[in-house]
Design a protein around this ligand. Structure first.
Ligand code: PYL
Length: 284
């Protein structure tokens, strides 16, 4: 997982409203709408319940330490979605203890390896990598006008790509997988094929051949600029959770509104909605 830099996130908070409008143009749904789509949740049901859960974002100093603005940005995204969110006034264990003492319903915190949401009532944990993969797969489904029966290429079979492949297969897509480590692709193929009892999961060997044969792409690698202008076709739709962006500036300009990419927003939104899904499921 690539570690975010302050420059990757400093633009997010002041641009949330614009980004939200941008997503509506590209996918037909808002940031919240995409997250609800990823979770199979009715947006109205979420809006009716979103204020009944408070979320505390706890900075973590372990490992390479705090990323400037990271916790503030996570809290800003949650607040933009309509959640009650705040950053703990102390990091690490003191911050966790504070959140429990104050009575927060959920925590969000990240070290160098995992970024998790923890529901303190349902004892549910949600991983950002899984949420991000599902969120961008949902965005691709929306950009495609429904991915069922369509061929989709998933580049990168790590935790994000694997989660995206899983959701795309659950939506009825025919999923092709490509990873520089074929074993990673084989593991995702075996897992997803077994879960959905589908034979529509295949493995690609060559990037250019794979891209030339697919309109719908989930780019989930940590490699910058692997999709270049010469590999882009006019009817291509790309959802790119990979950090740094795996689409070159030239290719991004060619894709225009047919490219969705961010470094935190969609993943955090799916984490937030997933927290509520559990509480609504319990309260049914
Ligand atoms: C969650 C992001 C998405 C991409 N890479 C992941 C990353 O940068 N993880 C490290 C997050 C460290 C946060 C730091 C803090 O400020 O609390 N421990």
């Amino acid at each position: 997982m690539t570690r975010l830099q302050p420059d990757d996130i400093c633009h997010i908070t002041p641009s949330l409203a614009d980004y939200n409008r941008n997503l509506e143009i590209k996918t037909g749904r808002s940031l919240l709408g995409i997250a609800c789509h990823a979770c199979g949740m009715d947006e109205k049901a979420f809006k009716n319940r979103q204020l009944d859960k408070s979320i505390c974002v706890v900075p973590v100093t372990a490992g390479l330490g705090i990323i400037s603005r990271f916790s503030d940005t996570v809290a800003a995204i949650l607040t933009f979605l309509g959640c009650r969110a705040a950053v703990a006034d102390q990091p690490d264990v003191a911050g966790v203890a504070h959140a429990f003492a104050i009575g927060y319903d959920a925590l969000m915190m990240a070290d160098d390896n995992r970024f998790m949401a923890i529901d303190l009532h349902a004892r549910q944990v949600i991983d950002n990598a899984d949420a991000t993969g599902r969120g961008f797969a949902a965005a691709l489904d929306l950009m495609a006008g429904g991915i069922r029966g369509r061929d989709v290429l998933v580049l990168g079979c790590g935790p994000v790509g694997a989660a995206g492949a899983d959701l795309l297969a659950s939506l009825g897509a025919r999923v092709a997988l490509l990873d520089k480590d074929r074993r990673a692709a084989e593991w995702v193929k075996e897992t997803v094929s077994g879960r959905y009892r589908t034979t529509d999961i295949t493995i690609e060997e060559d990037l250019e051949t794979a891209l030339s044969g697919h309109r719908f792409i989930l780019e989930a690698t940590p490699v910058p600029d692997i999709i270049t202008g010469t590999l882009v076709s006019p009817d291509m739709r790309v959802a790119a959770p990979g950090v740094p962006l795996g689409v070159s500036a030239e290719a991004a300009a060619m894709l225009g509104p047919h490219l969705v990419h961010d470094t935190l927003e969609i993943g955090v939104a799916v984490m937030a909605v997933s927290l509520f899904c559990e509480s609504i499921r319990i309260n049914r």
